[in-house]
Design a protein around this ligand. Sequence first.
Ligand SMILES: Nc1ncnc2c1ncn2[C@@H]1O[C@H](COP(=O)(O)OP(=O)(O)OP(=O)(O)O)[C@@H](O)[C@H]1O
Ligand SMILES: [Mg+2]
Length: 355
Amino acid sequence: MSVTREQVINALRQVNDPELNRSLVDLGMVKDVEIAGPNVRVTIALTMAGCPLKEKIKEDVKKAVSTIPGVQEVSVVLTTMTSAERARLFGQEPSEMEGMKGVKNVIAVASGKGGVGKSTVSVNLAAALAKRGYKVGILDADMHGPDIPIMLGIKERPLGSRGMLFPLEKYGIKMMSTGTLAGEGTPIVWRGPLVNKAIKEFLGHVAWGELDYLIVDLPPGTGDAPLTVATTIPIKGVIIVTTPQKVALSDVRRSVGLFLKNQIPILGIVENMSYLKVPGREEVMDIFGSGGGEKMARAFKLPLLAKIPIEPEIRLGGDEGRPVALEESEASSPFFELADRVVKLVEKNRKGREA
Ligand SMILES: Nc1ncnc2c1ncn2[C@@H]1O[C@H](COP(=O)(O)OP(=O)(O)OP(=O)(O)O)[C@@H](O)[C@H]1O
Ligand SMILES: [Mg+2]
């Protein structure tokens, strides 16, 4: 006896959405049922991209359909509802950038290539701004290596409700990571229009509440990924992080070009791992040669916002999930200088626009 569609639908009537507590069938979440002999493939539309409950729903569907006599293999494909479908379900669809409504200033942190300290700068800038008394959030938009949760020592997964995701909070800093979109252990292939659509939806549906500053750790490079994020969120200014080597210059040039071409304002350049302070000595060691950051800033007519030395305390803070800039100290002082400059520039730009 072959498996029928009706049997599958009936089995799915027993599966509830864990949040809404109604069956997936009633909620209109069952998009497709395909049957090939003993193999069944079910397509489920989640209420939102990055739904924290997706693994549970997947497991529940698998379990329910497996109980049908004659079924051997069950695969579950997850998609997301369209805004029209969500509107039908919730009565009202959160508008596209709903979650950003209370966010005053979005500052994106970018780099031409990986490993230059983009996440370190992002998380310490957020910490310094929070220490100064601002309401701060940080968005980890680097889906290739979502490091911000580690750098803040956050292990929990965020919760969602009615099409909105709620950021987690640590040290008074709100945090959301695109890692949530991918789920644990999922290798992320970050390409194509579908992914762009998912990221756009995700970015708009994080319930940040009221924030003075939202710091966005962009994916590295000058490809599709950083541009999609940077053009989806209303950015007040970009900070470009680089290291002082000669090769970094061409990366910065490409990075600057990308943002300017897309009319996204650049606040300036941060030179990270600029120099090494030798313990017990006055002078510093310019490992990569000196003046690279200044030269670069002049070449691009951009301010050099900070020069951050190589400092074991900075790395340790990242590894231990306690950013060094949670407190003012010698090691964290460049991040406070950076934060103060950023605040000044944002204020100046605002006044410039109002004038
Ligand atoms: N100024 C610094 N002093 C000491 N260590 C640093 C400094 N900046 C960054 N690091 C360390 O260098 C490594 C890379 O930094 P980070 O992860 O911030 O770079 P990234 O540009 O975000 O990299 P990725 O492209 O992999 O996301 C980390 O181990 C970090 O702790
Ligand atoms: Mg990083």
